[in-house]
Design a protein around this ligand. Structure first.
Ligand code: GRF
Length: 224
């Protein structure tokens, strides 16, 4: 059975789109039961509707507390039958109560090589710092921001003087490959967490060609 997921967005939703595309092409064994946003005008909601996926906005400003907002999200996610939660540019910190509702089943993508440059401006902070290697990380979510156990990372070279736009664009291209891949591993039940360490159970599949000028670990598999 396809993994029933909710994708949470606050903005454009290009990562959401990469997941939709892999599902529609038959590579990713998941079903998006719901796209949820705290911003009613998030373009990610439009992307969902364009693909016949239920799209719901819950405005956090209408709730008295973070806890109440998270309770409403949990109810909505469960009502739609989703059992795992994929954060794709969702700009809210989640309470323990939310995380406890989906134990070991909340993923996030961050546009930097964690633990470097957590926070809302990973690409900009890396570019400003002058790093020569940048990248992105998919991780399980815990109570701390951009902190939980790492599932997969992709690294790209950064050039001197490069700005957030060009570096961020190169990182985003890889985000669109590693995030659907990580969700597929979750769907296949191949991710095992032991403390901070995430073990990927091996597969019989032949190794896929890896992206040029990038280092991805664990390596991408066929179709990603
Ligand atoms: C991505 O850079 C992601 O890593 C970060 O927020 C951005 C979302 O972009 N968490 P999009 O909405 O998926 O286009």
């Amino acid at each position: 059975m396809a993994l029933p997921i909710a994708v949470l967005v606050s903005g454009g939703g290009s990562n959401l789109q990469s997941i939709i595309d892999r599902i529609e092409s038959g590579t990713l064994d998941a079903e998006i039961r719901l796209v949820l946003s705290n911003k009613p005008d998030a373009y990610g909601l439009t992307r969902a509707r364009n693909h016949g996926i239920p799209a719901v906005a819950l405005e956090h400003t209408r709730y008295g507390s973070r806890e109440e907002f998270d309770q409403a999200m949990v109810r909505t996610i469960r009502d739609h039958g989703a059992e795992s939660v994929i954060l794709a540019g969702f700009m809210r910190i989640l309470t323990s109560e939310f995380l406890n509702a989906f134990p070991g089943r909340v993923l996030n993508i961050h546009p930097a090589l964690l633990p470097s440059f957590p926070g809302a401006h990973g690409q900009r902070d890396a570019a400003d710092y002058g790093v020569r290697i940048a990248g992105c990380t998919v991780h399980f979510v815990d109570e701390k921001m951009d902190h939980g156990p790492v599932i997969i990372q992709a690294a790209v070279p950064a050039r001197p003087g490069e700005d957030e736009e060009t570096l961020g664009g190169r990182i985003l291209t890889l985000e669109h490959r590693i995030y659907p891949q990580a969700v597929q591993w979750l769907a296949q039940g191949r991710l095992r967490m032991a403390g901070r360490h995430v073990q990927l159970d091996p597969s019989e599949a032949a190794p896929a060609p890896q992206p040029e000028n990038a280092l991805v670990n664990p390596p991408l598999e066929n179709g990603f």
